[in-house]
Design a binder for this molecule. Structure first.
Ligand code: SF4
Length: 348
């Protein structure tokens, strides 16, 4: 089991639930716009948010931002130790910085002392695209080992200062490299691990790469916090992360709708039915497995295996609840009953 750190009151590692995080893409200096985006992320289920701190004005804006949000904010800082200190002093709850990139041991010590005083953990985030020359040269044909070596070099700098509230991540745009590197880190250290695949792109391709990489790691029991990286509205990252966590069974905090792929036997518009169920059942009241199936071949089995489900025929359907056949009737009537009962089951 990994060791545990706290991002304000949110535990990470040590068996705590895997948290969902995202990153704002507003100009952090625009506190109002950043707060508005964080409120949207909170509403979607984001539990930790990160913002880029790229100059002193962005660091100062943190003061206004953190007072108006309800989840801990991580300051993402590169190269400049003074910005890291300013971000901590202005209220960030975690720092993402690679200590090897901020210069002398004195500077690392200054950041570490500030983090210790404010009880702020540090995430070391190694990215395949920004590996230093030395790590590349040591492993010219092995980007995985180069990334792992880089992460451990950064860790050493913090450990040399007596700092252990560290979270680690290694990300690459290649899913295989990311997964292999994170597995190595899992073997070699007990620091909490932040998992994600970086620069995956937008839309479906990005979602699939993220799901393949993050899902593989989570199913190995690797990962204490998740960030899906997608080009576009960060709210989509949060929704995707929730779905990935639910798909691999790590966190079940939404309904799971099972619907068959349809085939020549289907006699109902199952796509519209699945969409109707998705739109009308509650998504904020916990887990329930709901099945909508197209016919009597696999339908009754799946429907009775779910918490509640329907096997449809031509113009009608059979409703199963907790494995028992409960009712039969015309399509819309049985569908409305399923939605009504599912929502009751979710709230009782
Ligand atoms: S449940 Fe029935 S309709 Fe749906 S894919 Fe299977 S056989 Fe076809």
């Amino acid at each position: 089991m990994t060791r545990q750190v706290f991002i304000d009151s949110v535990p990470m590692g040590g068996g705590a639930p895997v948290t969902i995080q995202s990153m704002t893409n507003t100009d952090t200096r625009d506190a109002a716009a950043t707060v508005a985006q964080i409120h949207r992320l909170e509403a979607a289920g984001c539990e930790i948010v990160r913002s880029a701190i790229f100059d002193q004005n962005a660091a100062k804006a943190l003061r206004d931002i953190v007072d108006k949000i309800h989840i801990p904010l991580v300051a993402d800082v590169h190269f400049d130790y003074r910005l890291a200190i300013a971000a901590v002093e202005n209220g960030c709850k975690k720092l993402r910085i690679n200590p090897g990139n901020i210069g002398s041991a004195d500077r690392v010590k200054a950041v570490v002392d500030c983090c210790k005083m404010h009880h702020i953990p540090i995430r070391i985030g190694v990215n395949g695209g920004s590996l230093n020359k030395e790590n590349r040269a040591n492993h010219p044909d092995d980007p995985v080992e180069a990334m792992v070596e880089s992460a451990l070099d950064h860790v050493k700098l913090l450990e040399n200062q007596g700092f252990y509230d560290t979270v680690l991540s290694v990300k690459h745009s290649c899913v295989r490299y990311t997964v292999a590197a994170m597995r190595r880190l899992h073997e070699l250290t007990d620091y909490p691990l932040h998992v994600g695949v970086t620069e995956t792109g937008s839309g479906e391709a990005g979602l699939i790469k993220s799901a393949a990489g993050i899902g593989s790691l989570l199913m190995d029991g690797i990962g204490d916090t998740v960030r899906v990286s997608l080009t576009g509205d960060p709210v989509q990252e949060v929704l995707a992360a929730k779905k990935i966590l639910a798909a691999v069974g790590v966190r079940k905090n939404d309904v799971e709708i099972i619907s068959c792929p349809t085939c020549g036997r289907t006699r109902v518009d199952l796509l519209s039915i699945a969409d109707y169920v998705n739109e009308h059942v509650r998504h904020d009241a916990g887990y329930l497995k709901i099945a909508v199936m197209g016919c009597a071949v696999n339908g009754p089995g799946e429907a009775s295996d779910a918490d509640i489900g329907i096997a449809f025929g031509q113009g009608n359907g059979v409703l199963f609840r907790r494995g028992e056949k409960e009712a039969a009737g015309p399509t819309q009537e049985i569908l409305d009953r399923l939605v009504r009962e599912a929502n009751e089951m979710l709230t009782h």
